[in-house]
Design a protein around this ligand. Structure first.
Ligand code: MEZ
Length: 567
């Protein structure tokens, strides 16, 4: 099998791609710069005027390394197929139809011990582990506060689960809400989160998230983000979910903004670099991290503080099925990075865990896929019906209730039904159409026929819903947000079912993002933020509160770590 590496070396020699003498960094920085200098960047390689969302060079993953897919010495892989099942046959030297299997096989304790015995290869104030939204926010905040920082990412590109976040960022008291005349308060924000979390949330953490949520939006905007649109998420009493003005998915936009902000500040984001052990010294203080770099092997970074921003375990089926047997075998909307290994690292150094058994199913994952069909689709007006075409739940109830309602239906899946107005409104929804997930018809009856629903049932459901909307009262399920009537052809339906989406439990923290042990005692120098932590969301997270969590507590963790180091 010819390889990309052989092809290049036959033509131009090894130094076409590598430095001379060859020294490959874990982030493959020089090799990627070589790709770009000969072939152009992603934006140059995207098909001109590409009309769809699955041009691999113009994907929601944003600016990632060429070598993420075009690995030179190994068989190139099509990383989109970690979540999708595209059939592309045009990547040079690759068998692109093949499903990718992540290669990680577990920590190597012997090599970890050898790296510790060898002593530190470098020394830094703060190591942040995990380059999703929480990690980037922590790294940038710590840097702004004067610390020197390394941001580690085990995957070949940054973004984590945040990269896949569709819906938005819940905030209260923002200028946008004020402009739109939306009355809200921190108290309401907290009450809604507690109601959604079944009262099991750590109230102090939720309050801090509410209090600092608007400031988090202002911070993202100061870094260049567009958070200019608002909509309603499940379990919220007002429209407080902020997202980009064109209705695009929030995660890719925020991640690209944060990547650029980190690059601009010369904060090193070291990809292909897995943290395999966190160390405490003889006084119990955090003292470093053992890393496994793709090219550099095992090495030790001496660090005064570590931020765990390692995400949850929603892609680790063994782990989520252990805590939530009802969800065994369910698909997951999560990135392949959400494997929970960060929780193990934290536990090893004595971190306490809270609510670890609480795993959330999202009610609308595309049937037969891993693609999240965002709550936004319901928030902007879609209804959810069973296989006969009948509504069976308030579409904007909390997602635990919506998922359980679907799981009680004999077929355990449902259809989201909407009209052309929603497609006009949202580029994200048009994306589902581009992905081939939507059935389209010119009449509601025709839509029912194409999807196997009963035409007379679906017609009545839509007529009833339109009447409820006109009268301002949903007589069946009490849905209080019905933004549009379903009246404009063409009509669309997408089949969805519940899938694992968020793990509420994790590392125990206080309001300064300091990690606590099982006795509530702070571990000096250890901080955590985002989905790696527990307590913020109780037993069930509200849509839009994950991004708020990652931004607010990511920033707090970065500030706290920098202050600890400076102390
Ligand atoms: O916060 C989320 O998980 C969210 C809003 C998801 C979604 O449905 O878009």
């Amino acid at each position: 099998q010819p390889t990309l590496a052989k092809h290049h070396s036959d033509m131009l020699g090894c130094d076409a791609c590598h430095t001379k003498p060859i020294k490959v960094s874990d982030s493959e920085t020089h090799e990627n710069a070589s790709c770009v200098s000969c072939h152009g960047g992603l934006e140059d390689l995207a098909e001109p005027g590409h009309a769809n969302h699955f041009d691999p060079h113009a994907s929601h993953l944003g600016t990632i390394n060429c070598t993420s897919c075009h690995t030179g010495h190994a068989e190139p892989q099509y990383v989109c197929n970690d979540c999708h099942s595209f059939e592309h046959d045009d990547m040079p030297f690759a068998n692109t139809g093949k499903e990718r299997k992540p290669a990680f096989t577990g920590f190597d304790q012997d090599k970890i011990e050898q790296a510790i015995a060898k002593g530190p290869k470098e020394s830094v104030d703060v190591v942040v582990i995990g380059a999703g939204s929480a990690g980037f926010n922590a790294a940038i905040s710590a840097h702004e506060a004067g610390a020197n920082v390394i941001l580690l990412e085990k995957h070949m590109f940054s973004g984590g689960n945040s990269m896949l976040a569709a819906g938005g960022y819940n905030a209260t008291g923002t200028p946008l809400m004020e402009k739109k005349g939306i009355k809200d308060s921190v108290d309401w924000f907290v009450e809604d989160a507690l109601k959604g979390g079944r009262g099991a949330n750590d109230v102090d953490l939720v309050r801090v998230m509410g209090e600092q949520s608007a400031d988090g939006i202002a911070w993202l905007e100061s870094l260049g983000a567009d958070m200019g649109d608002l909509k309603r998420s499940g379990g919220a009493r007002v429209d407080r979910t902020h997202r980009p003005s064109d209705g695009a998915s929030v995660g890719p936009h925020i991640v690209e903004t944060l990547r650029n902000a980190a690059n601009k500040r010369n904060i090193e984001t070291r990809v292909n670099s897995r943290a395999e052990k966190v160390l405490r010294d003889e006084n119990g203080k955090i003292s470093g991290v053992v890393v496994h770099g793709k090219h550099s092997g095992y090495y030790l970074i001496e660090a005064k503080a570590v931020v765990m921003a390692t995400g949850g375990f929603g892609y680790n089926e063994k782990m989520f099925a252990e805590y939530r047997p009802q969800f065994a075998g369910m698909s997951s909307s999560n990135n392949v990075t959400a494997t929970g290994d960060g929780l193990k690292l934290a536990e090893e150094v004595g971190a306490g865990m809270v609510d670890i058994e609480w795993v959330q199913a999202h009610p609308t994952i595309g049937k037969g896929s891993r693609i999240l069909v965002s709550e936004t689709v319901r928030g902007v007006g879609a209804i959810m019906v069973n296989v006969n075409g009948k509504r069976y739940v308030n579409e904007l109830t909390t997602r635990d209730k919506a998922s359980q309602a679907t799981l009680k239906e004999p077929e355990q899946y449902s259809w989201l039904v909407m009209d052309e107005q929603l497609l006009k409104k949202s580029s994200m929804i048009r994306g589902y159409k581009d992905l081939g997930m939507m059935v389209e018809a010119n009449t509601i009856e025709e839509l029912a026929k194409q999807t196997g629903m009963k035409p007379e049932v679906l017609s009545k459901t839509v007529a009833d819903y339109n009447r409820y909307r006109e009268n301002g009262k949903d007589e069946e399920f009490g849905r209080d947000n019905m933004p549009v009537s379903i009246t404009q052809a063409p009509y669309y339906a997408v089949a969805v079912n519940p899938g694992v989406h968020h793990t509420m439990g994790g590392i125990s923290i206080n309001t300064s993002a300091q990690v606590k042990d099982d006795n509530g005692k702070v571990i000096p120098g250890l901080f955590a933020a985002g989905e790696a932590t527990g307590g913020v969301h109780g037993h069930n997270r509200l849509g839009g509160n994950a991004i708020a969590d990652t931004v607010v507590f990511g920033r707090i963790a970065g500030d706290s770590a920098a202050a600890y180091v400076a102390d």
